[in-house]
Design a protein around this ligand. Structure first.
Ligand code: PLP
Length: 394
């Protein structure tokens, strides 16, 4: 009594948590490095944002908002895109969503008919596989090449474009690899999309969390190719549980008019995103605050520590992350002769040491043989984690 659509949903990041709970119930300390939620560690929502939320509710902002979003917030986002990314996106080209998650649902619902293909990076954030299939589409993974520091393989992408392709996803900084696409490859993807008249979807949720390299927004490099950017407040403003995001259309040649109308219809059919959260988010743009800078400073220390420890463990190799908060090490499974695949490895690691990672195959075919570890916990916890992994592999 359950549809194929729902039965097929898999989300390894949370699926592994079920086993983690069992391990915890047996009395073992569990290190939950599976979920990308800074608020589960020692990070808090900046108090001025929480105050703004309370104030909005006390001031009667408790109604359904406009389906496209509160206009003042859309205007602030439009100004931000101009100042920070040099984009000419006016407020009508911004749609407020219940997190990037809802934006992904909307876009795939609007783009995909049965049997259509959607090009996504491999490895990929699992929602893109799930949602494409949910709408009876086929997710096709283009290679992020580990040997090239997880940069996209453009030839592989070109080979995989067919008459059924409906769009290309750029996810940079990437989840699960933690790596930014190089500017050169982003340009090549835009050229390819132009050649085949395809729109680009750009998941920019980690754009403000970068370390050595500056983030370059794909839309700022595109003269004519339409790009739909998706972003939100979950990560860089420490508001994961508030469920607030937005998408914007960079559409210099008005190729997205129909899509935009369809998306607006979907937005109306679900009434609105959280009104009080939107009023609070306006204050993020109007208040001078270093909270994102401080977040990145702390994360960089934790990334440096984690990467350094991983490099010293035999049987594991890793490309360093220059964005987001994940490392995606490769486990040399044949060297150990004990595990058949990354899932068995991750489950064994969890049961024996309490370290909960996510098995790489949960991020698609290209993730096989890897595990994803967040570096969100503080260094004391990370020290215990890497001591455990080191001993386990010895
Ligand atoms: N996109 C990527 C690449 C993510 O890693 C995540 C969350 O981990 C999301 C989207 C979901 O973001 P939101 O909280 O805005 O729904």
């Amino acid at each position: 009594m359950i549809s194929r659509r729902v039965n097929d949903i898999e989300y390894a990041i949370r699926d592994i948590a079920v086993i983690a709970d069992q391990v915890e119930r047996k009395g073992k300390k569990v290190y939950k490095l599976n979920i990308g939620d800074p608020l589960k560690y020692d990070f808090i929502t900046p108090p001025f944002i929480s105050d703004a939320l309370a104030k909005a509710s006390h001031n009667g902002k408790n109604f359904y908002a406009d389906s496209l979003g509160v206009i003042e917030l859309r205007e602030e986002i439009s100004k931000f895109l101009k100042n920070k990314k040099n984009l000419n996106v006016n407020s009508e080209d911004v749609l407020i969503t219940t997190g990037v998650t809802e934006g992904i649902y909307f876009l795939l619902a609007a783009l995909i008919e049965r049997g259509d293909e959607f090009l996504i990076p491999g490895p990929t954030y699992p929602l893109y596989i799930n949602n494409t299939k949910f709408y009876d589409g086929i997710p096709i993974e283009y290679e992020l090449d580990e040997k090239e520091g997880w940069d996209p393989n453009i030839e592989d992408m070109r080979k995989k474009i067919t008459k059924k392709t409906k769009g290309i996803l750029i996810c940079s900084p990437n989840n699960p690899t933690g790596v930014l696409y190089s500017q050169n490859k982003v340009k090549q993807i835009i050229d390819l999309a132009g050649e085949y008249n395809l729109p680009i979807l750009s998941d920019e949720i980690y754009d403000q969390i970068t370390y050595e390299k500056e983030y370059v927004c794909p839309a700022s490099l595109s003269k004519d190719v339409p790009i739909i950017g998706m972003n939100g407040f979950s990560k860089s403003d420490l508001m994961t549980g508030w469920r607030l995001g937005y998408l914007y259309y960079h559409d210099p040649e008005h190729k997205l008019t129909e899509l935009k109308e369809g998306m607006a219809k979907m937005a109306r059919a679900r009434l609105s995103a959280s009104t009080i959260a939107q009023y609070a988010a306006i204050e993020i743009f109007r208040t001078k605050s270093d909270h994102t800078k401080e977040l990145v400073r702390k994360l960089k220390e934790r990334r440096d520590y984690s990467y350094d420890r991983i490099c010293k463990i035999e049987g594991i190799s890793c490309v360093n992350a220059n964005g987001a908060f994940y490392l995606f090490p490769k486990v040399e499974l044949n060297e150990f002769n004990r595990w058949d695949n990354d899932k068995d490895f991750a489950i064994d690691l969890l049961k024996e040491t309490g370290v909960c990672s996510v098995y790489g195959s949960g991020f698609g075919e290209f993730g096989k043989g890897h595990i994803r570890l967040t570096f969100l916990p503080d260094i004391n916890i990370l020290t215990e984690v890497y001591d455990q992994i080191e001993n386990f592999l010895k």
